[in-house]
Write a protein that binds this ligand. Structure first.
Ligand SMILES: Cc1cc2nc3c(=O)[nH]c(=O)nc-3n(C[C@H](O)[C@H](O)[C@H](O)COP(=O)(O)OP(=O)(O)OC[C@H]3O[C@@H](n4cnc5c(N)ncnc54)[C@H](O)[C@@H]3O)c2cc1C
Length: 457
């Protein structure tokens, strides 16, 4: 696609020197997110905005010329949501990094490019905590978290990103900047437009500021680690635990992911185990010991081969870190197709066993990790791109796993978003009427379809 050079000059004139990148050596790194979408386009330019006014200028210019704009945070997305499109602009918010913490109201006002870990650190300086904790918390941005409604490990007890967003500043397709919600703990004025943009994956507007709720710092946690010789036994323990209390973390790893993490980290995890559960309690006082006891007993009753508990937060954190490292560890085994399917909790055993059957049927390795307490699994399909038939089978398995989740009343994505890689399955999950409603909302906000075209719908 060729674009009149004058149009690009016009963009340069609207922005500070150096904000517009066109050198392919520099723009290459902005073409894909972590999902490495093979269909990534070649962008006309990458813009690194440093203010809301710059984002407005870009959107006014893009609207005037019908240029597609792909918003991008830190590029850690797992669904091809930030894949560049041919002839479009990748609008990166990575340089928008201000934060102000108000410890009295317990909120922070954050620009979108700040990393999740940096928000946590700024909150911690005031004895406060920003809970949502995607495993990628050290490399994903708060803007990307809001745009995907990111989840994570502690969300089973503390909720996901949307539960902490009180307000947004959003730049619309035509360049108008709107403020939605704000630094108020309660506010029901007007329609819930803040919620509309959370999880909208860059298709409705560019998030330029996020006001988040903070809570008092998390108490120290105690941890249970249990090994199982069968996946069914582990899922039995998960259901028993969630039926009796709210764990602060309840994570699952299958044998393949245990092996991959052990290869990478050499922590002494039980390679013979078919499943590993990592559960936490951070309840105050005697409740913590009681909850740890209940969770350990649930694992033992479900047939765990080994149950280990620790009150040492650092030791417990080492297991959580191992779980967080599972995706990069499995990635060492080959190319990945990453899934994010979730089901209502009682269907979790059927989902995990169904995934095993799909793995056998298509003869591809599917490593499974899960935010088990949320019923949210991440089957990681491993293939060798040099083997054409294996890649073909991996793609069939990718679809079969989403079909399975839908058939169990579940979702094709619990937290990563639809992006480009899962959108073919969205109508199967939500149905024709919801797709039409979604299209009407998209058309109302982005009539020319310039915001992240090809993502979600
Ligand atoms: C190892 C690993 C582990 C992960 N673990 C988790 C996990 O536990 N839980 C979880 O939820 N996710 C997880 N993820 C996925 C990813 O980190 C999240 O989806 C994260 O929220 C993406 O943030 P980002 O800044 O990297 O966004 P990007 O990848 O840059 O973008 C993601 C989407 O948001 C849009 N977007 C980004 N910024 C803006 C903005 N300012 N305005 C509008 N739209 C925008 C993009 O267009 C795209 O559609 C993991 C990823 C990796 C690599």
């Amino acid at each position: 696609m060729t674009t009149n050079p004058a149009i690009l000059d016009e963009l340069r004139e609207l922005l500070p020197d150096g904000a517009v990148l066109v050198d392919p050596d520099l723009t290459e790194g902005y073409r894909r997110d972590w999902a490495k979408d093979p269909a990534a386009g070649v962008p006309l330019a990458v813009v690194r905005a440093t203010s809301t006014a710059h984002v407005q200028s870009v959107m006014k210019w893009a609207s005037a010329h019908g240029i597609p704009v792909v918003p991008r945070g830190a590029g850690s997305g797992l669904s091809g949501g930030a894949t560049a499109v041919d002839g479009g602009v990748v609008l990166s918010t990575e340089l928008m990094r201000d934060i102000t913490v108000d410890p009295v109201t317990r909120i922070a006002v954050v620009q979108p490019g700040l990393l999740n870990v940096e928000v946590k650190k700024a909150a911690a300086e005031h004895g406060l905590w920003y809970p949502p904790d995607p495993s990628s918390f050290e490399m994903c941005s708060i803007g990307g978290n809001a745009a995907t409604n990111a989840g994570g490990l502690c969300c089973v007890k503390y909720g996901v990103t949307t539960d902490y967003v009180l307000g947004l500043e959003v730049v619309l397709a035509d360049g108008t900047a709107v403020r939605l919600g704000g630094p108020r703990l309660k506010d029901v004025a007007g329609l819930s437009l803040t919620k509309l943009f959370i999880g909208s994956e860059g298709t409705l507007g560019i998030i330029t500021e996020v006001t988040v709720r903070l809570i008092p710092a998390q108490p120290p946690a105690s941890t249970v680690v249990a090994s199982f010789t069968s996946v069914r036994d582990a899922t039995t323990a998960i259901l028993a635990i969630t039926a009796s209390l709210r764990p602060a973390m309840l994570e699952f790893m299958d044998r393949a992911s245990i092996g991959a993490v052990e290869d990478a980290m050499n922590m002494g995890l039980d390679r013979d185990a078919h499943a590993l559960l990592i559960a936490r309690s951070d309840s105050p006082g005697a409740d913590r010991a009681r909850e740890i006891d209940v969770m350990a007993q649930a694992c033992t009753a479900a047939g765990a081969s080994d149950v280990f508990t620790t009150d040492d937060p650092e030791e417990g954190e080492a297991f959580a870190a191992a779980r967080r490292f599972a995706i990069p560890a499995v990635e060492r085994l080959g190319s990945l197709l990453l899934e994010d399917v979730g089901v209502p909790l009682p269907a979790l055993p059927d989902l995990v066993e169904g995934i095993e059957r799909i793995s056998d049927k298509y003869d591809v390795l599917v490593a499974v990790i899960a935010h088990a307490g949320d019923g949210n699994t991440h089957p990681l399909i491993v293939f060798d791109p040099a083997e054409t038939d294996m890649e073909r089978r991996a793609h069939i398995a990718f679809g079969a796993i989403m079909d399975l989740a839908i058939s169990l009343g579940g979702t094709i994505t619990g937290e990563h978003g639809v992006g480009r890689l899962k959108k073919a399955w969205l109508p199967d999950q939500v149905g024709e009427d919801v797709m039409k409603l979604t299209e009407r909302i998209k058309t109302a906000l982005d009539p020319d379809g310039i915001l992240n075209p090809g993502a979600v719908l």
